[in-house]
Ligand binder design. Structure first.
Ligand code: C5P
Length: 295
């Protein structure tokens, strides 16, 4: 019997190029993704028997087998052949339908925790393979720092140390309107508009390579998201505010993943309170506004 508590970070896509659609319906992408110091907390207690349970005070968190924590636990038991159950306690802060990878991050925290409590039966490669089976946005959380993600999300490599150093510690404001966006819906919108929403893979790779090579290129220079065009068309409240933040505060704000959360780097000297007030004025008090930084 044992227990552990893990931090389960949110992620932000600084660069998200959807490069095309595959025969199986999934999309190919090239993305620079960073974990931030804002996130959930997952407690795990091993239990006799073979049952996995999840407690969470947030009613929006899916229950039962559709929850990625329970899916992770089931796959971990299957892959390791280990008997024994566990109780999971999730303190939820990352909103759902935000493009912040909350559910995927929770699943990876569950995998890590179960592996630790079992004496590390799975190595890094086995954990990566398992993570990819849980969801496209899971494997990116395993390295624990800035990564480049390719394929449908399962091919992940850490950014070169000097490139990651340009990102780590950068302060950002994370903000989300009261509504969320479902990832399958956003992909369907993007696909419906055909080729014009895809950035060809060669161009995505060339942009990434040029940014990585240029040691003076700031984090701001890589910002791009293929989902912005289709999602902004349906939710004009997003681009209207982002344009206002650019005009009034000089902030280059973008959406993360398939939305609806957005983010902006905070240059020194920008009054965070004034920006937060502007966001609440535009999106109402139901909007979430958090200051965070890249891990
Ligand atoms: O893999 P995951 O279950 O997280 O994906 C959720 C949905 O998002 C998929 O069913 C698919 O519609 C879409 N998706 C996609 N291409 C990806 C990742 C997700 O089309 N690379």
């Amino acid at each position: 019997m044992g227990s552990t508590v893990l931090f389960s970070p949110a992620k932000i896509n600084l660069f998200l190029a959807v490069t095309g659609r595959r025969a199986d319906g999934y999309h190919e992408l090239v993305s620079v993704v960073v974990p931030v110091d804002f996130g959930d907390t997952l407690g795990i207690e091993t239990r006799a028997g073979d049952e996995f349970t999840l407690e969470c005070a947030d009613p929006a968190v899916p229950r039962g087998e559709s929850n990625l924590v329970l899916k992770a636990a089931r796959l971990f038991a299957e892959m390791t052949g280990r008997a024994g159950g566990a109780a999971f306690f999730l303190e939820k802060r990352i909103p759902i339908g935000a493009g912040l990878g909350g559910g995927s991050s929770n699943a990876v925290a569950a995998l890590r925790g179960l592996n630790f409590l079992a004496g590390e039966p799975l190595d890094a490669a086995a954990l990566a393979a398992l993570a990819a089976r849980i969801g496209s946005d899971c494997a990116l959380f395993l390295p624990g720092g800035p990564v480049v993600m390719r394929g449908r999300g399962e091919r992940v490599e850490p950014l070169a140390v000097e490139t990651a150093a340009r990102l780590r510690g950068r302060r950002m404001l994370l903000f989300k309107p009261g509504f969320g966006i479902g990832t399958p819906w956003a992909y369907a919108q993007l696909a419906a508009a055909g080729e014009k929403n895809y950035l060809p893979a060669a161009e995505a790779e060339a942009r990434l390579a040029a940014w990585s090579r240029d040691a003076r290129a700031p984090a701001e220079a890589i910002l791009f998201n293929s989902f912005e065009r289709p999602v902004f068309q349906k939710f004009p409240a997003l681009p209207v505010l982002l344009e206002n933040l650019a005009a009034e505060f000089g902030l280059a704000a973008h959406m993360s993943g398939s939305g609806s959360a957005c983010f902006a780097f905070l240059p020194d000297g920008v009054a965070t309170n004034a920006v937060a007030a502007r966001i609440h004025e535009a999106w109402g008090m139901a909007a979430l506004v958090v200051e965070t930084k890249i891990c």
